[in-house]
Design a protein around this ligand. Structure first.
Ligand code: REL
Ligand code: ZN
Length: 469
């Protein structure tokens, strides 16, 4: 028969998903040439901010976050290993991820023996090799996790990073690609923007900001521009002032002044009980220039997409540093709709942090050809939630989305983030194929391979190749 039998679907889909190389479309990984900014190894794995947050839920009262962060990395890692792997069982997603990674690297004997020193010795061998040891390790991980290329997050506003681009761009392997991060432009963070402009010898006008951005595009050659928007980010259509309402609850707003073509989400749902921000947002026209006359202009001229990560509330518990970021905000998805319709020639990639925004995100992707939905971000990157989101996306979007990105900060994490996601994506896909078979369709392996390839990077590349006139 032309098609696969219903009972063969599972094994075929699982083997196709396992064998398919992925494009990791958002990570925080940096290449070996970025020296200490290229994070890898057991101590980095154990001190991942997800694990630091998990550790502090039950850490002894005499260990303060400040005291913890003052310790050398190795000692921080020892504390976390003891608390989350020895005193408790590693059954959370972040702890289980460490196990999956170590076992895939061939360290199963040490994992079974709970032998942290044995694990460290394995890594020491690569460390002793210096730059080439690191490069070999990175290549191994890319191969084991089946990553064709990983897109970095490159921040021109951060001087620890810019030294690796200027005066001379450091070489990096083709398995890394660049994305230019521009959070301050969408947050109306004038202070940071002006500081960066002055430091680079520019003036502080919007035209200067545009030149600055163009210069960084020339240097980094990014795949796209990107930003994680403030938790209360709102955007008004240009004929209604075109303002960004980022961070604006502090500043007060009269709702009548915001006549917009799409309804507002109930922003009171976003209010943080610990914050004093109770008023409605303000239109920040002055700051919106950085969006409209700087970011959007550059993206239009260079045909560069903008990737948005929407809904993270930063610094909920500032003492935990990055581990204190990320309360999940139910975001104003209508702002994304307004961006897509105000700038139809600009392509937007988007992912939402809140589980509550996922359904709206699918509907929007179905309405705007300049929108591409990708990945299950951070608190949504757990098997149960990946399963529900992926199923909904397949039902609503077919194969026109990107199923996952890793958001890895430590090279080794590529191994578990992709292994865990592949297992869930395969299960969802197999079930959906079986439903289509029951409805009378027949599939062959080549077609399944084509679909899997779209979900794991092909749909992204198709979207990137799209020219909207
Ligand atoms: O890119 C972002 O804004 C976020 O992904 C990060 O801020 C976050 O810390 C990340 O590690 C979550 O996975
Ligand atoms: Zn990220």
């Amino acid at each position: 028969p032309l098609g696969l039998r219903n009972e063969d679907i599972y094994s075929v889909v699982f083997s196709e998903v396992r064998g398919q190389q992925v494009i990791d479309l958002h990570t925080h990984l940096l290449p070996p040439s970025h020296g200490a900014l290229c994070l890898w190894g057991i101590d980095e794995l154990l001190t991942y901010h997800y694990l630091v947050a998990e550790y502090f839920m039950t850490a002894p009262a005499n260990i303060s976050p400040e005291g913890f962060y003052e310790l050398p990395k190795k000692e921080q890692a020892n504390l976390i290993w003891d608390a989350l792997f020895i005193q408790r069982s590693p059954i959370s997603e972040a702890t289980r991820g460490v196990l999956t990674t170590l076992v895939a690297l061939g360290l199963d004997i040490h994992v079974k023996a709970r032998d942290l020193n044995g694990i460290r010795k394995y890594y020491d061998k690569f460390r002793e090799g210096g730059f080439s040891g690191t490069s070999t390790f990175v290549e191994n991980v890319m191969a084991i996790s089946g990553v064709r290329y990983a897109i970095m997050t490159n921040i021109p506003f951060d001087s620890t990073e810019t030294q690796h681009w200027r005066p001379r761009k450091k070489d990096y392997p083709a398995t890394f690609r660049s994305a230019l991060r521009v959070d301050p432009l969408l947050a109306g963070d004038k202070e940071t923007i002006e500081k960066a402009l002055r430091a680079a010898g520019y003036g502080t006008s919007v035209a200067d900001a545009r030149n600055y951005l163009n210069e960084w595009c020339d240097i980094m050659q990014p795949e796209y521009m990107m930003a994680s928007t403030p938790h209360d980010f709102m955007f008004l259509a240009p004929d209604n002032g075109g303002g960004i309402l980022a961070g604006a609850k502090k500043r007060g707003l009269n709702e009548d002044s915001m006549k917009v073509p799409f309804a507002f989400a109930d922003i009171s749902a976003n209010e943080c009980s610990g914050c004093e921000e109770t008023d409605m947002p303000t239109v920040l026209n002055e700051h919106s220039d950085f969006l409209k006359d700087c970011l959007i202009k550059v993206c239009e001229e260079r045909n560069l997409p903008i990737a948005l990560k929407i809904g993270a509330h930063r610094q909920i518990n500032p003492s935990l540093l990055a581990a204190g970021d990320g309360m999940v905000a139910f975001a104003d998805a209508a702002s994304l709709a307004r961006l897509c319709s105000a700038y139809p020639k600009v392509r937007f990639l988007a992912t939402f942090l809140s589980r509550q925004n996922q359904h709206e995100a699918c509907v929007l992707a179905n309405k705007f050809r300049n929108l591409h939905i990708y990945g299950c971000w951070w608190y949504c990157n757990n098997p149960s939630i990946i399963e529900e989101i992926t199923k909904m996306r397949v039902e609503m979007l077919g194969s026109a989305f990107t199923a996952q990105h890793s958001d890895a900060r430590v090279i080794d994490q590529l191994v578990y983030k992709w292994a865990h996601s592949r297992a869930v994506i395969a299960k969802v896909l197999a079930e959906e194929y079986q439903k289509a078979i029951s409805s009378g369709w027949q599939f062959n392996r080549t077609e399944i391979r084509r679909d899997v390839s779209r979900l794991l990077g092909g749909a992204y590349e198709e979207f990137m190749g799209k020219h909207l006139i």
